[in-house]
Write a protein that binds this ligand. Structure first.
Ligand code: ADP
Ligand code: MG
Length: 255
């Protein structure tokens, strides 16, 4: 049986008087897809920031592959194999789609985006390798036809795919997806779901935040439900669907 790639132990986060996350514990099994759901303000994005190192917890511990990463800076976590997409895509609009993926790739282990932009001195051979790898990732997500267009001209669904490509180019072991299907059409959502499944089939572990219940129920092995920063329930999609407290606080008439 596979071990746990990510462990969140008794994690709390306070913002002044507000308790955004309270003594939260859960684990993500290596090779699985786990979803984090809950109403707006439940603390989902805050938790993603704690896991990726954008922010630090007020208490508790976060372990990645057995290593305590609680106080580790984001790019060290990225270098260890944490990849993420942002709820609002972060792109360089004037650079091409391919260049945006290349910048993401060069960010591995780098101190800043600026640093990542200074990759011109690397050997030509390494550059070509990177270019091929990034082109292959764009092919995988279905964006290769747009490789040489400015990223600023992409539609919403394409921007989400670019975010995904950039995270994948870094070869993550854990992929964190924050509302990656928000604003997508049904067809785009289905494409995204297939993509996540194929990424998982290659051995990548996935933790996702998403409001689309069809997606969550069909894609996840396990679900954690948050409400006001506390864990309301955890289990398989079937268990969550039938859980009285979950229906009360979140699912309501949806299921
Ligand atoms: P979700 O992503 O589940 O909608 P968030 O994690 O964004 O929820 O927010 C959880 C709670 O923490 C909310 O009440 C929000 O207003 C608060 N919060 C989030 N970030 C900050 C911050 N930087 N400063 C103060 N309060 C914050
Ligand atoms: Mg959020």
């Amino acid at each position: 049986m596979a071990g746990f790639l990510l462990s969140v132990d008794e994690v709390s986060k306070r913002f002044g008087g507000l308790s955004a996350i309270s003594k939260l514990s859960f684990r993500v099994r290596e090779g699985s897809i786990k979803a984090l759901i809950g109403p707006n303000g439940a603390g989902k994005s805050t938790l993603f920031n704690l896991i990726t190192g954008i922010d630090s917890p007020s208490a508790g511990q976060i372990r990645f592959d057995g290593l305590d990463v609680t106080d580790m800076v984001p790019n060290r976590r990225a270098a260890l194999g944490m990849g993420r997409t942002f709820q609002t895509p972060q792109i360089f609009g004037e650079m091409s789609v391919l260049e945006n993926v290349q910048v993401g790739y060069h960010l591995r282990g780098k101190a800043s985006w600026f640093d990542a932009l200074l990759f011109t001195r690397r050997s030509r051979r390494e550059e070509l390798h990177t270019r091929d790898l990034c082109a292959a990732v764009l092919e995988k997500v279905g964006l290769s036809a747009k490789s040489h267009e400015p990223a600023g001209g992409l539609a919403c669904g394409e921007l989400k795919l670019l975010e995904m490509a950039r995270a994948l180019a870094m070869g993550p072991r854990l992929l964190l997806l924050d509302e990656f299907a928000a604003g997508l059409t049904r067809a785009e959502t289905e494409h995204m779901m297939a993509l996540v499944q194929s990424v998982r089939a290659e051995g990548v572990t996935v933790l996702l935040v998403e409001h689309d219940m069809h997606l969550v129920m069909n894609l996840s092995d396990e679900i954690v439900v948050l409400n006001f920063g506390e864990k309301v329930a955890e289990g398989t999609p079937e268990e969550i669907r039938r859980n009285e407290r979950v229906i009360e606080v979140y699912l309501g008439a949806e299921v």
